[in-house]
Design a protein around this ligand. Structure first.
Ligand code: PGA
Length: 256
């Protein structure tokens, strides 16, 4: 019913030359395969054109990791969603925990960014997830609910077509520690219920909710095979073509 999405978040890695080489390697490994889902790589801004020249669908798409909250003007250092679209991006990651933490980004900013992403005809991947101390205090569901409530109802238009969610427990990002299948399924099912309450049952039924946090070839099939997990947002393992394709293989196996 929901096509999986396996998305690579390259973070601050891979300039244009290395990025194009990695995208080419991934495309070659997937060549001729009819996939049951979607594959996306999100390089740094300056690498997007080089990667988009290689990854324009069939099956690898190109995305961005961030965007401005304005569409043009005197905003030094910023890049608008419309520019990203022109450069070949089809998705934009918004709300990653690293941006919440290091750039102090807030719900209000996420709303402005996602609205512009949608206006530019791009899809948003909205990330959320609790920190370790919040989980330990039994607050995981409350935190996740507040993060979704702080953004989704404020959007001008959000539906299962233009918006993807990515649950990323902060304690699992880059740590080698993954959520157990039970932990992931619990929060994903809970998130879907929150989306149903905020945007309606139909949207919740079709909206893809990715899992992120130390996803790798060895655990991808089990995680992505969970009833409410519709793919993965991949950091470290997205930087090696064989590992990234190994995760796609897991998603394929999970899709039956
Ligand atoms: P990781 O990162 O796969 O390296 O844990 C995931 C992410 O930050 O999106």
């Amino acid at each position: 019913m929901r096509r999986y999405l396996v998305a690579g978040n390259w973070k601050l890695n891979k300039g244009p030359a290395e990025g194009a080489a990695l995208a080419r390697e991934i495309s070659e490994l997937l060549q001729g395969r009819k996939l049951k889902g979607d594959v996306l790589v999100c390089p740094p801004y300056v690498t997007i054109p080089a990667v988009a020249a290689v990854a324009q669908g069939d099956p690898v798409l190109t995305g961005a990791q961030n965007c401005a909250d304005q569409d043009q003007g005197a905003y030094t250092g910023e890049v608008s969603p419309a520019m990203l679209s022109e450069a070949g991006a089809r998705y934009v990651i918004i709300g990653h925990s690293e941006r919440r933490e290091y750039q102090r980004e807030t719900d209000e900013l996420f709303v402005r960014k996602i609205n512009l992403v949608h206006q530019a005809g791009l899809k948003a991947i909205f990330c959320y997830g609790e920190k370790l101390e919040q989980r330990q205090a039994g607050q995981a569901q409350a935190v996740v609910k507040a993060q979704l409530e702080g953004v989704l109802p404020q959007l001008e238009s959000a539906d299962a077509y233009n918006t993807v969610l990515a649950y990323e427990p902060v304690w699992a990002i880059g740590t080698g520690e993954t959520a157990t299948p039970a932990q992931a399924q619990e929060i994903h099912a809970f998130s879907r219920q929150v989306v149903a309450d905020l945007l309606g049952a139909k949207v919740a039924e079709y909206m893809r909710i990715l899992y992120g946090g130390s996803c790798k070839p060895g655990n991808a099939r089990e995680l992505i095979g969970l009833p409410d997990v519709d793919g993965g947002l991949i950091g470290g393992a997205a930087l090696k073509a064989a590992d990234f394709v190994g995760i796609i293989d897991g998603a394929e196996a999970a899709a039956g």
